[in-house]
Structures are given as C-alpha cells and as structure tokens.
Design a protein. Structure first.
Length: 171
C-alpha cells in the first residue's frame, strides 16, 4: 500500500467515525482522560513539593531544637568566664571551673553553638556585633572593635546573641 492509499484510507475512516453516534462520546471521554492525566501530574508535583518542604522543615527543626536550652546556658558561660577572670592563679577551685567550662563548650559546640568573640582591631560586623558605645582610640581604624564586653554566639549560623562591643569613632 502506498502512502497516498494510506492517507485516503485514514481520511475515509475519520469520516465514518465522525458520522458514528458514539464518536462524540469517545471524544469527550478522551478529553476527560487528558484532563485527569493533567490533574494527576499536578497533584503528584504538589505532593513532591510538600514532601520536600516537610523534609526541609524537619531538618530545620532538628538543627534548632536545642536553641532554647543553649540560649539559657549563655549566662552560665558568662558567669564561669567572669569567675575565672577574677580567680587567683593558684586557687584550687580554678582548675575545676576551667575544666567545667571546657566541657560545657565542647558539648555546646557538638550541638552547633559557636562563639562570636571579636578581638581588638577586628572590623565591626553589624550582623554579629552590637555596638554599645563608640570611643576615640589611638591606633585603631574607625569602625573597628576596640573592646568586647560580652561574647556573642551563633547556633548553626543563626545569631543567638550578638557580641557586645565598643567601636572606634569615625573622625
């Protein structure tokens, strides 16, 4: 059979089908089937997006589940560090306090907590530092940290508490 014969035969079949009483029903069922396929694809995509969003939310919940506990421990870190700054070198309790502080830091770091402790001369970072005052400082560039009053902390790259610092004034 040649291609012209196939084309004319297909045209004849199409003409017969168009005259058949069930042709309209078949066409409407085909359209409904296509609509159902499209809806099924959309629903599958929506379910996939929801699954990804749930996984992302669950990951965030895991990363920050202990945020409140670690935030409540920050004053404990501050108190132990202040005690160590004021304790005499040969005080027998000093070694115990140092060990306790190291253990606390180790546990906190294992849970995603990191210190923000800028040194004198470091650039002021408004994302992680809070300027409590500005002073004239010799040999320190304007806008740089002069002194740190209180360390800051981040939990898995989220700021938990900014470092409280004094910055050098701009001329």
């Amino acid at each position: 059979m040649t291609s012209n014969e196939q084309t004319s035969e297909q045209a004849a079949e199409a003409a017969l089908e168009a005259d058949h009483p069930l042709y309209g029903l078949i066409e409407s069922l085909k359209a409904e089937l296509e609509q159902l396929r499209a809806e099924s694809l959309r629903e599958r995509a929506d379910l996939d997006n929801q699954r990804k969003r749930l996984a992302r939310d669950l990951d965030m919940a895991r990363k920050f589940a202990n945020e409140r506990l670690l935030a409540d421990l920050l004053p404990v870190f501050d108190s132990l560090e202040a005690a160590l700054q004021n304790a005499p070198e040969n005080d027998p309790l000093r070694a115990g306090a140092e060990l306790t502080l190291r253990q606390l830091h180790k546990v906190a770091e294992a849970n995603g907590l990191a210190e923000v402790a800028p040194m004198a001369g470091d650039s002021f970072d408004p994302e992680r530092h809070q300027a409590v005052s500005a002073i004239d400082a010799q040999g320190v560039p304007p806008g740089a940290v002069v002194q740190t009053f209180q360390k800051g902390y981040v939990l898995n790259d989220r700021l938990l508490r900014p470092a409280m610092v004094v910055v050098a004034k701009h001329d």
